[in-house]
Structure formats: structure tokens, C-alpha cells
Design a protein around this ligand. Structure first.
Ligand SMILES: [Zn+2]
Length: 41
């Protein structure tokens, strides 16, 4: 059973669930689009 934690997206502020240690959790973004925006790429 995977444990999901709730994180808040650094870009849009949306609360999202992700597995601890997953890329999304590590980066702190709810989606690749937000990650792109957040990093200013
Ligand atoms: Zn987001």
C-alpha cells in the first residue's frame, strides 16, 4: 500500500497528493507544466 502525502504546489498553490519521495513530491509541483513555470524554463 502506497502512502500518499499531501503537498502544495509551489507554482499554483494547488494541494496535490503524491507518494513521498516521488518526483512531484521532491520538486513540489503538481504537474510538469507547473514545474516548467516554476523553474522559469
Ligand atoms: Zn501546480
Amino acid at each position: 500500500m502506497a502512502s500518499l502525502d499531501t503537498y502544495t504546489c509551489n507554482e499554483c498553490g494547488t494541494a496535490f497528493k503524491s507518494m513521498a519521495g516521488a518526483n512531484a513530491a521532491e520538486a513540489g509541483y503538481c504537474s510538469p507544466a507547473c514545474e516548467t513555470e516554476g523553474k522559469g524554463l
